[in-house]
Design a protein around this ligand. Structure first.
Ligand SMILES: C[S@@+](CC[C@H](N)C(=O)[O-])C[C@H]1O[C@@H](n2cnc3c(N)ncnc32)[C@H](O)[C@@H]1O
Length: 211
């Protein structure tokens, strides 16, 4: 519904923002909060291409594309309903956010990238989901990755989409998915790690695999 569409301003000043990411309020998984509280002050490694995985409306992907003056951003999500807002963001800003409808990376057919950022679902079973669920629409997509099955599929295909020496930044919940689980799952070199708030942390890996 059009009344559910909001605009997140990518730059804030007394003159307002020229650039906005459009989103359906049921598809906001926390991207604006993460940009405002964490990403804006983070020193990113050099990057020439970027993907937001589990993108929803693409807040963080568009943020990085804009910040680093990139020609495009690759946005991957399982929910086809995020596409109309992405189309609107592209149209209003004259941007190129390319959307891939995909379960994890199974149907991704875009190029390899230097940097992948993701804020995936953080609950790994129904008990955790019930603790987080606010009973609004789309909560299972936003919150639940049963038994980490999506994380596992993503990890298995990662080397096909992340350039050698490229970086993966995951934003996760430290109770449900602690970083040592991800170290094992991805098998990559951890290059950075830190808290975002009392529940969330980020971890960054470098793709040091030779395949
Ligand atoms: C926590 S939300 C993050 C949304 C957005 N990136 C943000 O930060 O606001 C998780 C996103 O993962 C997507 N998702 C869930 N399961 C997925 C899967 N198997 N493959 C791809 N995307 C998935 C959901 O549709 C949702 O958009």
């Amino acid at each position: 519904m059009l009344s559910d569409i909001y605009k997140y301003p990518l730059e804030r000043s007394y003159l307002g923002s020229k650039y906005h990411v459009h989103y359906n309020k049921y598809h906001n998984g926390g991207g604006p909060y993460l940009i405002d509280t964490f990403l804006k002050d983070y020193n990113f490694p050099k990057l020439n291409s970027v993907m937001e995985f589990c993108s929803g409306p693409g807040f963080m992907g568009y943020y990085l594309m804009h910040k680093y003056n990139l020609p495009e951003v690759h946005l991957v999500d399982i929910n086809p309903e995020v596409k109309p807002a992405i189309d609107l963001t592209n149209q209003e800003n004259n941007w190129n956010g390319i959307f891939y409808l995909s379960d994890a990376l199974e149907s991704y057919d875009g190029p390899k990238v230097d940097f992948i950022i993701t804020n995936p679902p953080h609950c790994t079973n129904l008990e955790e989901f019930n603790q987080c669920n606010n009973n609004k629409r789309n909560q299972k997509n936003i919150l639940l990755d049963q038994d980490l099955s999506m994380h596992k599929k993503f990890a298995n295909k990662l080397n096909k989409v992340l350039n050698k020496n490229g970086h993966l930044m995951l934003i996760e919940n430290n109770i449900y998915i602690p970083a040592d689980k991800l170290d094992i799952l991805f098998g990559l070199k951890r290059v950075d790690y830190g808290d975002i708030d009392s529940a969330l942390y980020y971890v960054m890996y470098e793709n040091n695999l030779d395949i």
